[in-house]
Design a protein around this ligand. Structure first.
Ligand code: BES
Ligand code: MN
Ligand code: ZN
Length: 470
C-alpha cells in the first residue's frame, strides 16, 4: 500500500469514491472521459447512493481500463463506520491491483482504507495448497497523515489473528511463549517467560491448577516496554491465554468445544498491542502479562469442590472447572499489581458465554471501576471501528461470590454471568484502577459489516490508541 501522485502504471481496476450528487471525479481523468462518465451516469440512473457501483470498461491506448465508481451517499450522513462498511463490502470480493482516488478528500481517511485493506488481505492459508490472492492497493493523491502507523497496526493485528487461528496442536502454553519471545525481538520489547516451577514458587496456584492436567504446563508470559524512563506510570495489560478450553472435568459438549482454540484471543490481543506500541516507539511504559495454560483433562485435573490458595492469599472454592479463565486471570492480575507495580490494569478475555448472550457478536462488553478510563477507551476503540459497551458492576454480584467453605467461590448465580465473572476479577485488582473487556462474542467473526470471517483482531488497535493517549 502506498500513496502515488502520478499515474505511472496500469491497474486492474481504478476505483473512484464519490459522494451522492457530486460530478467531478478525479484529477487524472481527461475532460472527454469526464463527459463520457456523466453520460453513463445518466443512462444508468447512478447518483452515488451508499454502496452504489457504476462499472465502466473502455479502451485507452489499446488497453482495457476497468473503472468503478462507488457511492457513499449524502455527504452529511457519511461517518467513519459507514465508510468502513461501504469500502469493506466493495473490496471483499476484488482481486489484483487497484488504484483508489476521490475528489472528496476531507471525507476519506487513508488510515481507514489502509485498515480495511489490511483486514481483507489477512488470510489463514498456511495449511492449504491454494493460497488466497492479495489485493494490491495504491492511493492516488489522497491526503495521508500517518500511513506508517497504520501499516504497523495492520502488521501487529495480522500477527495476532494468526496466533488465534492456529490450532491448539500447534499453539500450546510453551509454543505461545516461544513465539512471543520471537515477536519481542522483532518488534522491540522485552519478554520474560516464567515456567510452571516459577509459577508454583510465586504461589500462583489458581493458574497452575487450571493448567496442570495438560502435558504442556502453564507459562506466565511477561512483556515489558519502557518508552518513558522519566515517568513512574506503568500501564498494565493482562490477556487470557487459554490455548484450549475443554471445560476440564465439567467438560463442554462437542459443539461448544469446537472454537476453543480461540480461548487465548485476549492474550494474543495484548501481545499484538505490545507489538504495535513497541514498533511505533510510543513514549509510554507498558507491561503486559499472559497467563498461558490449557484446560485439559487427566487424572491430575482440578475438580469442582477443590479449595485452592490464590497468589493473593485468598482461598477459592472451585464450583465449575469450565469457569477457568477468571482463575488464571486472577493470579495474573495479582502478579501484575504486586510484582510489576503497574498503575492501572486493562484485562482482555474470552471470558463468558453470558457476554455473548447479552451483547451478541459485534460489541465487546466492558467493565470498569474508573469513568475516565472507560471514556478514553471508548474513544480509542471507536477510532478503529471497534464497538464497546459499558456494563454494570453491581455490588450484589460480589455477595454471590461468598463461599461456605472458603474465602470465595469463583462463580455466582446463573443470571448475569458476565458480571459475576467481572466482579470476581475486580477483587484481585486490590484497588488499582481496573478495566475488563469480555471479548467472548467479538474475538471471532462469522459475519460483520467490516470484519472478515475468522479471528477479528479486535482491540489490538484500540488498546494501542488507549496507551498512546493515556
Ligand atoms: N472460554 C469460555 C467462554 C466462551 C464461551 C468464549 C463461548 C467464547 C465462546 C469460558 O471459559 C467458559 O467456559 N465460561 C463458562 C462459564 C460458566 C461455566 C460459569 C460459560 O460461559 O459457559
Ligand atoms: Mn471455560
Ligand atoms: Zn475459557
Amino acid at each position: 500500500m502506498k500513496v502515488v501522485d502520478k499515474l505511472e502504471k496500469f491497474y486492474d481496476r481504478n476505483l473512484i469514491l464519490v459522494v451522492e450528487g457530486e460530478t467531478n471525479y478525479c484529477e487524472y481523468m481527461s475532460e472527454s472521459e469526464k463527459e463520457l462518465v456523466e453520460r453513463l451516469k445518466e443512462r444508468n440512473n447512478f447518483t452515488g447512493k451508499k454502496g452504489e457501483v457504476l462499472s465502466l470498461n473502455f479502451i485507452q491506448n489499446d488497453r482495457l481500463i476497468s473503472m468503478d465508481i462507488l457511492g457513499f451517499g449524502k455527504k452529511e450522513e457519511i461517518s467513519d463506520n459507514l465508510f468502513r462498511e461501504v469500502i469493506f463490502k466493495y473490496l471483499s470480493d476484488k482481486k489484483g491491483s487497484i488504484l483508489i482516488s476521490t475528489n472528496t478528500k476531507e471525507l476519506v481517511k487513508v488510515e481507514i482504507l489502509c485498515e480495511i485493506v489490511g483486514n481483507i488481505n489477512y488470510s489463514f492459508d498456511e495449511f492449504k495448497e491454494k493460497k488466497s490472492e492479495k489485493l494490491d492497493v495504491e492511493f492516488f493523491n489522497i491526503e495521508l497523515t500517518n500511513l506508517e502507523e497504520s501499516l504497523i497496526l495492520n502488521e501487529a493485528t495480522d500477527v495476532i489473528r494468526n496466533l488465534v487461528d492456529l490450532p491448539a496442536n500447534i499453539i500450546n502454553p510453551i509454543t505461545l511463549a516461544e513465539r512471543t519471545v520471537e515477536l519481542g525481538k522483532e518488534f522491540g520489547f522485552e519478554v520474560e517467560v516464567l515456567d510452571d516451577n516459577k509459577i508454583q514458587e510465586l504461589g500462583m496456584n489458581l493458574l497452575y491448577s487450571v493448567g496442570k492436567a495438560s502435558v504442556t504446563k502453564p507459562r506466565l508470559i511477561v512483556m515489558r516496554y519502557f518508552g518513558d524512563r522519566d515517568s513512574k506510570d506503568i500501564m498494565g495489560l493482562v490477556g487470557k491465554g487459554l490455548t484450549y478450553d475443554t471445560g476440564g472435568l465439567c467438560i463442554k459438549p462437542a459443539d461448544s468445544m469446537m472454537n476453543m482454540k480461540d480461548d487465548m484471543t485476549g492474550g494474543a490481543t495484548v501481545i499484538g498491542a505490545m507489538c504495535a506500541i513497541a514498533k511505533n516507539r510510543l513514549k509510554k511504559n507498558v507491561v503486559a502479562v499472559v497467563p498461558a495454560c490449557e484446560n485439559a483433562i487427566n487424572g491430575n485435573s482440578y475438580r469442582p469442590g477443590d479449595i485452592i490458595k490464590s497468589m493473593n492469599g485468598k482461598y477459592v472454592e472451585i464450583i465449575n472447572t469450565d469457569a477457568e479463565g477468571r482463575l488464571a486471570l486472577a493470579d495474573a492480575i495479582t502478579y501484575i499489581v504486586r510484582n510489576e507495580k503497574v498503575s492501572e490494569i486493562i484485562d482482555v478475555a474470552t471470558l463468558t458465554g453470558a457476554m455473548m448472550v447479552a451483547l451478541g457478536t459485534f460489541t465487546t462488553g466492558v467493565f470498569s471501576n474508573r469513568d475516565e478510563v472507560y471514556s478514553l477507551l471508548e474513544k480509542s476503540c471507536s477510532k478503529y471501528g471497534e464497538r464497546i459497551w459499558r456494563m454494570p458492576l453491581d455490588e450484589e454480584f460480589a455477595e454471590d461470590l461468598k463461599s461456605d467453605v472458603a474465602d470465595l467461590k469463583h462463580m455466582g448465580a446463573r443470571w448475569g454471568g458476565a458480571i459475576s465473572a467481572a466482579k470476581f476479577l475486580e477483587i484481585f485488582a486490590e484497588g488499582t484502577p481496573w478495566t475488563h473487556m469480555d471479548i467472548a462474542g467479538t474475538a471471532y467473526n462469522n459475519s460483520s459489516k467490516w470484519y472478515k470471517k475468522g479471528a477479528s483482531g479486535v482491540h489490538v488497535r484500540g488498546l494501542y490508541e488507549y496507551c498512546k493517549n493515556r
